[in-house]
Ligand binder design. Structure first.
Ligand code: DQA
Length: 148
């Protein structure tokens, strides 16, 4: 069964209690459970992870790229700062869909810049936990990979 890696960055472990006006009340465990149910129905295996450490995300992206397995990535605040994560995506050839719960473009200007977007296949943001489901749909719908 093919695997899809769902990688979550810093502070996403706090979902449920973290700034609920922005991120809602759903926990990361609940997002994982919902996504697992959809993945099982679609016949795909999920590797679902979270880390507050940039290097963990780099290592996991490299591993997914080496295995030829796609990634749904919410890099949290590293989205706006991490050249290392962008390099890992580019260097490993990992197929990545960037996701965000919030519409980062409707927030502070420092969230408007993403180092991930230029090396991602697509970006889904602003739909809360549904952003993850839409990314799974994109990866499993047979949509053509777009090369830049
Ligand atoms: C986020 C948006 C980021 O700007 C923020 O730092 C996060 C969460 C989102 O899912 O909306 O940690 O990636």
């Amino acid at each position: 069964m093919p695997s899809i890696h769902v990688l979550n960055g810093p502070n996403l472990n706090l979902l449920g209690s973290r700034e609920p006006a922005i991120y809602g009340s759903v926990t990361l465990a609940e997002i994982e459970a919902g996504l697992r149910a959809r993945a099982t129905a679609l016949g795909v295996d999920l590797v679902f992870r979270q880390s507050n450490h940039e290097g963990d995300l780099v290592t996991w992206i490299q591993a997914a790229g080496a295995a030829g397995e796609p990634v749904i990535l919410n890099a949290g605040a590293y989205t706006h700062t991490s050249i290392a994560i962008a390099d890992a995506i580019k260097g490993s050839g990992a197929r990545v869909i960037e996701v965000h719960l919030s519409n980062v473009h409707a927030r502070e200007s420092f969230r408007h810049k993403s180092f991930i977007s230029p090396v991602a296949e697509g970006v889904i943001l602003g739909f809360g936990p549904l952003s993850y489901d839409l990314a799974l749909e994109a990866l499993t719908s047979g949509a053509q990979r777009k090369k830049s």
